[in-house]
Write a protein that binds this ligand. Structure first.
Ligand code: SF4
Ligand code: SF4
Length: 289
């Protein structure tokens, strides 16, 4: 088996999945959280385009965010992180009553990462999850049997089962729009270009330049997350510019594709089965003497 099938850098996931060499460039999202204003236009555009039901409008009690998390009917989620005190750089918004206790709001529009090595895809027993010609990961509703194997396999906690349909659901990167030459709905709706869509290589270059620009401005806490093809999932098709540690945004600091160790697990299981068979045969042979 190719050592890159389940882990490690992989230059062309669509080619690896069997698409001919003239398949489209791999596309992705670069979400620059430094310009996100938390308007949630992306959440609404995603719901409208993909006909996703609303999830209720209750505040969580922990934040001004009224959505809470990604889920089967929330494929884009704008996380609100409210920090008090001297954590990182704060901006004086001219609000009354803040005093010394400055508030920093970090906002980040989260989404399926369209992993290079997608464990959800590896574990799906029906072939409902597929790699598309654009290198993204897609659930085929009519093939999914709702077994839920993909849910714990995702290292980011993205995919979930829809209660109303019984099938798995997550961001499709608007596959139906891509085929028509359109951008995904969220990127189209974002008024600040916090969500950028395009060929992944271009986005990675652009993101590197943006981080350098922010560092030059003294914003040294700016960093990229999910952009590195050598990371535990082979790099993400959706990656981020963050202004603090990933954990602050609810993202795992060092995600690893959960199916990475399957080949060695199968080797160990086969070894154990052979040993057990040898012991049983030995017992029979020994018993006949
Ligand atoms: S983030 Fe989760 S649901 Fe999305 S492709 Fe990766 S493993 Fe699958
Ligand atoms: S719930 Fe659907 S998509 Fe997920 S593993 Fe089962 S069949 Fe595949």
């Amino acid at each position: 088996m190719d050592s890159n099938r389940l882990s490690g850098p992989l230059a062309d996931p669509a080619g690896e999945a069997g698409y001919p060499s003239d398949h489209p460039d791999r596309v992705g999202f670069f979400t620059d959280t430094s310009v996100c204003i938390g308007c949630k236009a992306c959440e609404v555009a995603c719901k409208e385009w993909n006909l996703l039901p609303e999830d209720g409008l209750d505040l969580t009690g922990m934040s001004y965010d009224n959505t809470g998390a990604l889920g089967a009917t929330t494929w884009r989620h704008v996380a609100f992180v409210e920090q008090h005190g001297s954590t990182g750089s704060t901006v004086d918004l001219g609000m009354p009553g803040m005093g010394e206790d400055q508030v920093r709001w970090l906002m980040s529009s989260d989404v399926c990462k369209h992993c290079t090595h997608a464990a959800c895809l590896d574990v799906c027993p029906t072939g409902a999850l597929i790699r598309t010609e654009y290198g993204t990961v897609l659930v085929q509703d009519d093939v999914c049997n709702g077994c839920g194997y993909c849910v714990p396999a995702c290292p980011y906690g993205v995919i979930d089962i829809r209660p109303d349909t019984g099938g798995a659901a997550k961001c499709t990167m608007c596959q139906d729009r891509l085929g028509a030459g359109l951008m995904p709905a969220c990127a189209t709706a974002c008024p600040t270009e916090s969500i950028q869509y395009g060929p992944l290589d271009e986005l990675r270059d652009r993101a590197g330049q943006r981080v350098a620009e922010l560092h030059d401005q003294g914003i040294t806490e700016a960093r990229l997350y999910g952009h590195d093809p050598a990371d535990g999932v082979g790099g993400d098709g959706a990656f981020f510019l963050l202004l603090d540690e990933p954990e602050v945004y609810g993202l795992p600091p060092d995600p690893v594709v959960t199916t990475r160790d399957l080949p060695s697990m199968w080797r160990h299981a086969a070894g154990a089965a052979l040993t057990a068979a040898a012991v049983i045969v030995g017992c029979f042979v020994g018993g006949k003497r």
